[in-house]
Design a binder for this molecule. Sequence first.
Ligand code: SAM
Length: 263
Amino acid sequence: MNQTELLRFLEEIGARPKKRLSQNFLIDGNIVRKIVQLAEVQPGDQVLEIGPGPGALTEELLARGASVLAVEKDPLFARHLERFQTPDKRLEVHCDDILRYELPHTRYKVVANLPYHITTPILEKLFECPFHSITIMIQKEVADRIRAKPSTKEFGSLTLFLQFYSTLHSSFTVSASCFYPRPSVDSTVLRLNSRPLPDIDPNQLFPLIRKAYQQRRKTLVSSLRSLYPNLSSTLEALHLSTKARPEELTLEQWISLAHLLQM
Ligand code: SAM
């Protein structure tokens, strides 16, 4: 769907892009195909699409032979997605808020141009269920935090959270001119693959990480002193500096630290 076709469609159904639902629609067919290629969608695949909107991605996913479960909050768009239904009924549309929707326990390939205002809660929700891969368009600034290397200012609890549940397969940047209306931020498409989960309860690990990152300029010894008065010796046991700040620790080091602190 190019810009002319999209504008015609929006006029036909009486829709105006809603900012509160992050409605910035893809108008570049090459990018649509590139996203579906990155997700390696094959005939017979089960795909979960979040926020299909006017359906540019939905149409391509169905053309590749996938079965698509599409969850769209805006009833006007949800209703008009039926025009892409295939003779063998591979499209299932749910008009719902993805954050309230009960995800099926099937290992889906998730493919979506996400509503940017709820990127992190959507990722948290997706990680609660088994998945095959997650190929998503998100704000470039968030993608930079996900892709960040230790000891950089972008490296933080979001980076560690994503590394815990997934491995980054690859990514590419998308210019704001590929959307209507044009967003004020640049975008990135990321593919995340599922991974075997590390051997630690995330409810034990992430409160520790978040507590340290609440005061990321401070050393761990100083920001975690009230909880762990003997932290210096634990860091030394792990061959870490007693002056280490949170962004200096890799996920593996956080896991080792959490294990030792639990003992
Ligand atoms: N997939 C379309 C495309 O690429 O052109 C639209 C993407 S647009 C960035 C985000 C879509 O997510 C919109 O269609 C919007 O209505 C929908 N959306 C926003 N919040 C949602 C939510 N909580 N649950 C499900 N869909 C939502």
